[in-house]
Design a protein around this ligand. Structure first.
Ligand SMILES: Cc1ncc(COP(=O)(O)O)c(C=O)c1O
Length: 361
């Protein structure tokens, strides 16, 4: 990220009295003001939206959560959703509900289909392809520029969940995608203290539809949470670069100990991640693929620097066995997902080494 651009984006706009925007706690506004009512807009949301929209290269719309952001996209932009099977469990369940209610049709896209965009079949006008790259928790990367070309040639929209890479490492809109979705709960806010989501698009008609969905369904974020997202975004670049460096080191050491196949990490071998690639650095998530649930549980048991909790993208490192959650049956039972935080790399490695020893690995 060019620091000059970053600085410009950080200017809060409106009445500038200091580096930070005001937290506007207004549910209503005097007649004659630009906004009439708090469900339509809010100046603190707007400061955050300008910042994240500028980073992604589009216009951003903030939501109460990542789920609310995807829901707005699913119900307002498509008559058929073509959703990657390789997606966060909540996204898959929500897509299923949207389809069960008859709001949109649903079809699943396999990893094999997403890896060969030129051969994608059965897509047309009114369809929206939605995927994650990297995917959660298998951390697969999909060729976004090729997917964007394939969707556009068929009249379909491409929506990319950029939560794991963040706009620091990858900008799907600049690769041709139509829509970006974020769980700002993760790296964007960055401190495990907020639930929020964002949709970003370039086409004003798509932005207008998503905003209308937000106003109608009322999936709005509080102004204090929007401020925390703003504040988190100001340090997003340094955090994501730091966790990427630490995670790359841990992934390399894990691969040396367990074998390359046991470590899922973007950029560990040649592919779409790396300097000049689709994703500049590997990011802060690592998945370890162990042989069984018992091995994974044994590795997790002694960890103490890596804390035992779900979610990712905060300053603290977290570890969990993903397949224990209902709906995650597709995830191998021995998969441990690590979210690498800002702790010292040697402290994290010593913690992992104790887990590996306990698991006999
Ligand atoms: C990749 C991804 N997208 C979306 C979401 C949903 O976000 P939220 O929990 O903010 O609703 C999550 C949550 O874990 C996620 O991992």
């Amino acid at each position: 990220m060019d620091p000059a651009t970053w600085q410009q984006l950080e200017r809060p706009g409106g009445e500038i009295i200091g580096p930070n925007p005001a937290i506007s706690f207004n549910s209503t506004y005097y007649e004659g003001q630009r906004v009439q009512y708090g469900r339509y807009s809010n100046s603190t949301w707007e400061a955050f939206e300008r910042l994240v929209g500028g980073l992604e290269g589009g216009e951003a719309v903030v939501f109460a959560s990542g789920q609310a952001a995807f829901f707005a996209v699913a119900v307002s932009l498509a008559s058929t959703l073509a959703v990657a099977e390789d997606c966060y469990v909540g996204t898959r369940e929500l897509a299923e509900r949207v389809a069960q209610k008859g709001i949109a049709r649903l079809r699943w896209l396999t990893s094999a289909e997403l890896e060969r965009p030129a051969e994608l079949s059965g897509l047309g006008e009114g369809d929206l392809v939605h995927l994650e790259s990297p995917s959660n928790p298998l951390l697969k990367l999909y060729p976004l520029a090729e997917l964007a070309r394939a969707c556009s040639a068929r009249g379909a929209l491409l929506s990319v969940d950029n939560t794991v890479a963040t706009p620091v490492l990858q900008n799907p809109l600049r690769l041709g995608a139509d829509v970006v979705v974020h769980s700002a709960t993760k790296y964007i806010s960055g401190h495990s203290d907020v639930l929020a989501g964002v949709v970003v698009a370039r086409d004003p008609s798509l932005v207008a539809k998503v905003k209308e969905a937000r106003s109608l369904f009322g999936a709005v974020v509080g102004p204090a949470e929007a401020y925390l997202c703003y504040r988190g975004t100001r340090t997003l670049g340094v955090r994501v670069e730091h966790v990427s460096r630490t995670a790359a080191e841990l992934a390399a050491r894990l691969a040396a100990r367990l074998g390359r196949e046991a470590v899922l990490y973007p950029g560990l071998s040649a592919g779409l991640a790396g300097p000049g690639g689709q994703q500049r650095l590997g990011g802060g998530l690592i998945s370890i693929l162990l042989g069984s649930m018992a091995e994974a549980e044994a590795l997790l048991a002694p960890l103490s620097v890596f804390q035992h909790a779900t979610s990712f993208g905060g300053v603290e490192s977290l570890a969990e066995r993903r397949a224990k959650y209902p709906g995650e049956e597709r995830v191998p039972p021995g998969l441990v997902r690590l979210s690498v935080g800002l702790e010292a790399v040697e402290d994290l490695w010593a913690d992992l080494a104790s887990g590996l020893e306990a698991a006999g690995l």
